[in-house]
Design a protein around this ligand. Structure first.
Ligand code: ADP
Length: 379
């Protein structure tokens, strides 16, 4: 199968005129990052929320143009609504409550109404992909459960849902009363992911302010309650899509996963900045793939010069939650759908996740409300 070049995709998309017939969708900056996964191509096109319905032909045209490229088996093209200054624009009409005035008492640090029966919602985020965010989110969720909490895991990574694979789950969630979805269960936690709702190779067709309403549904139309804590595996990166999600979800706080080398590259700082912008407290930084424990001799090697995250966290004034080693068993169990915290609870690695999980639980219980992130007002 030929590899699909992003440039070839962009060249195709550059032949499609913009929403008003002038320019093209690429040079107008409407095309998001393009994700190529085997023969599947995914991207989104930013449109005016008010005109989302009328933009469907544009979406279909873009999808067809890319589908015609050699090697492309399926496309997933989503229309995303433009963010216009005010919060909640994209999903305002699908939201059950009107946006609150800033002075109103907040149900969560972000000021969004909470979910009945769900204690706290915590985002696990990263500045970029591939740092082990999903693996960490899954094992921390299981670590919270091992510490005696009722836990749910929401996979908000709509482009590349990985929670079904990481938890070894397949099949479709049932509905209750024809509308509410019953979350899937694995290793004692509840889980929901877009990956359960669409076939792996079926292109998803999203209309309207789709991404946000999918997320809103996975939050509010799923029988999560009763939960002490809902862990949200955020999509990687700190672009507009993530910012919007961070704004929409009533988050108690956020945990940033970073590798030692990535901190130096400021990706994690971008993550911090993003949550601060939306006034969500950062509960702390977790350093993943921090050091290597040799399975043969037991010796420890600091491959990436570990310790960077601790220093950075200190400098940035956010708590350092702990470090997770680069470990073959973590990779193997994660990729096999048998996460280490659940399947090897006596291992040293499971203990590391449980310790970090208890720090997160403590921060949510005590710190988040008492010590809000500084309010930074941006235009
Ligand atoms: P992200 O969600 O940041 O894209 P993933 O959780 O999918 O990252 O992890 C990327 C890869 O790294 C996966 O193959 C996963 O098994 C592996 N991985 C994650 N954390 C560790 C770790 N601590 N040690 C070894 N492998 C890891």
């Amino acid at each position: 199968m030929p590899t699909i070049e992003r440039d070839a995709i962009l060249a195709r998309l550059a032949t499609i005129p913009g929403p008003d017939g002038s320019g093209d969708i690429v040079s107008l900056g409407l095309v998001s990052d393009i994700v190529v996964n085997g023969g599947k191509v995914m991207f989104s096109i930013t449109v005016d929320a008010a005109r989302a319905g009328a933009m469907e032909p544009l979406r279909a045209r873009a999808a067809e143009a890319v589908k015609a490229l050699p090697g492309v088996e399926s496309t997933l093209v989503i229309l995303t609504a433009e963010r216009k200054g005010g919060a909640g624009q994209a999903s305002a009409h699908s939201h059950p409550h009107p946006p609150r005035a800033p002075a109103a008492p907040a149900a969560s640090a972000s000021g969004k109404p909470g979910i009945p029966g769900v204690g706290a919602i915590v985002a696990v985020a990263s500045g970029k992909g591939g740092v082990g965010k999903s693996t960490t989110a899954v094992n921390l969720a299981l670590g919270l459960a091992a510490n005696g909490l009722k836990v749910g895991l929401l996979d908000a990574d709509i482009y590349g849902p990985s929670v079904p694979r990481l938890l070894g789950l397949s099949g479709k969630p049932q509905t209750q009363d024809g509308r509410t979805l019953v979350p899937m269960q694995a290793f004692g936690i509840k889980a929901m992911s877009m990956g359960f709702l669409v076939e792996e190779d079926t292109p998803m067709i999203w209309r309207g302010p789709m991404v946000m309403s999918a997320l809103t549904q996975m939050l509010r139309e799923v029988a999560w309650a009763p939960l002490d804590i809902l862990v949200v595996d955020m999509p990687p990166g700190t672009g507009d899509a993530q910012l919007t999600m961070a704004q929409q979800v009533p988050l108690a706080g956020a945990v940033i996963v970073s590798t030692p080398q990535d901190l130096a590259l400021i990706d994690a700082r971008k993550g911090l900045g993003m949550f601060r912008k939306v006034n969500v407290p950062v509960l702390g930084i977790v350093e993943n793939m921090s050091y290597f424990l040799c399975p043969h001799c037991g010796g420890r090697s600091d491959i990436f010069g570990h310790g960077g995250a601790r220093h950075e966290a200190e400098k940035l004034g956010v708590p350092f939650l702990g470090e997770i080693p680069l470990e073959l068993a973590i990779r193997e169990t994660s990729d096999a759908g048998t996460p280490i915290v659940a399947t090897a609870p006596d291992s040293a690695h499971a203990a590391v996740y449980r310790t970090i999980a208890s720090r997160i639980a403590a921060a949510v219980a005590g710190g988040a409300g008492a010590k809000p992130a500084p309010r930074i007002v941006i235009e």
